[in-house]
Design a protein around this ligand. Structure first.
Ligand code: C2E
Ligand code: MG
Ligand code: MG
Ligand code: MG
Length: 282
């Protein structure tokens, strides 16, 4: 009975929630097994270069295919994984498998694209981060220039000092760095200068405000200008409408990603799309 109750906690789990130690243990234990049991799956969402009108990359987004509960979204298990430290294993699994997938697409002769993966703050506490990534790239036999690592603005601020060196090491391998959910934290301009960052991803909340909320639209515009003035590429995520796209295009936003183009999907479903690299809805 207690176990049943623990399992039900998946649906309701939030980091702030007061679940008891036993329930937490059950969740944690299942998550450990998720990796061993190959229950984690990756979906990929295309990123479109606005000027070139083509897919230039995909973002790998993890899901948990739980034997009882079905597909669990990352918002429901990443927070627990972060609290327990399991996130490092998960992110490493994602990195390796996403790179393998990209290599497969390249071997099929498709136009090469960049693979973006999300890294949690914990990744940057590993001393040998750069070396372990280097090893993955070597094993998969793919160049670092096909990899982009997304870290949230809040992660950058949390681990400021230790992160600067890691980012420099990654840059030497040709890996790109993107700041995810940009605009939701409180980074200053001078702060951004310290990091070797290639792209800013405007948080979805601002994209949603385009044409609806003058304040949020103004923030979207300001982020684009900020990124460009710092020689970064700017990516808008969560683009759902033609109106949003038109605005972003008028502001010279470099890349767009969102349901207006493609939802995240399994690798097989992307095959035909990547093969011809034709856009369905642009
Ligand atoms: P994120 O990296 O900011 O990813 C964007 C999220 O927005 C994804 O949700 C994506 O499916 C969703 N999305 C994309 N286009 C649209 C749209 O047009 N409208 C709306 N409403 N949503 C859209 P998802 O896949 O549920 O992932 C949520 C978050 O979980 C991610 O946010 C990321 O922070 C985290 N996450 C996902 N995969 C991983 C992973 O492998 N490692 C780590 N550490 N975090 C991950
Ligand atoms: Mg992301
Ligand atoms: Mg984001
Ligand atoms: Mg997010």
């Amino acid at each position: 009975r207690a176990k049943e109750k623990g399992r039900n906690a998946y649906e309701f789990y939030r980091p702030s929630m007061n679940i008891n130690n036993y329930e937490r243990l059950v969740l944690e234990n299942d998550l450990h097994k998720a990796i061993e049991n190959k229950e984690l799956i990756l979906h990929y969402q295309p990123r479109i270069d606005v000027a070139a009108n083509e897919i230039i990359g995909v973002e790998a987004l993890v899901r948990w295919n739980h034997p009882q509960w079905g597909i669990i979204s990352p918002g429901q298990f990443i927070p627990l994984a972060e609290e327990t430290g399991l996130i490092v294993k998960i992110d490493n699994w994602v990195l390796e498998n996403a790179c393998k997938q990209n290599k497969q697409w390249q071997e099929k002769g498709y136009p090469p694209i960049r693979m973006a993966v999300n890294f949690s703050a914990r990744q940057f506490l590993q001393r040998n981060l750069a070396n372990s990534i280097r090893k993955v790239l070597q094993d998969v036999e793919i160049d670092g220039s096909w990899l982009e690592i997304e870290i949230t603005e809040s992660t950058l601020m949390k681990y400021e000092e230790s992160i600067v060196q890691s980012l420099e090491d990654l840059e030497k391998m040709g890996i790109r760095i993107a700041i995810d959910d940009f605009g939701t934290g409180y980074s200053s301009l001078s702060y951004l200068k310290k990091f070797h960052v290639h792209s800013l991803k405007i948080d979805q909340s601002f994209v949603r405000g385009i044409g609806k909320s003058p304040d949020e639209e103004a923030i979207a515009k300001a982020v684009i200008n900020l990124g460009h003035s710092m020689k970064m590429r700017v990516v808008a995520e969560g683009v759902e409408t033609g109106e949003q796209l038109a605005f972003l295009e008028s502001q010279n936003c470099n890349e767009v990603q969102g349901y207006h183009f493609y939802r995240p999907m399994e690798a097989d479903m992307l095959d035909e799309i990547l093969k011809s690299n034709r856009l369905a809805t642009l």
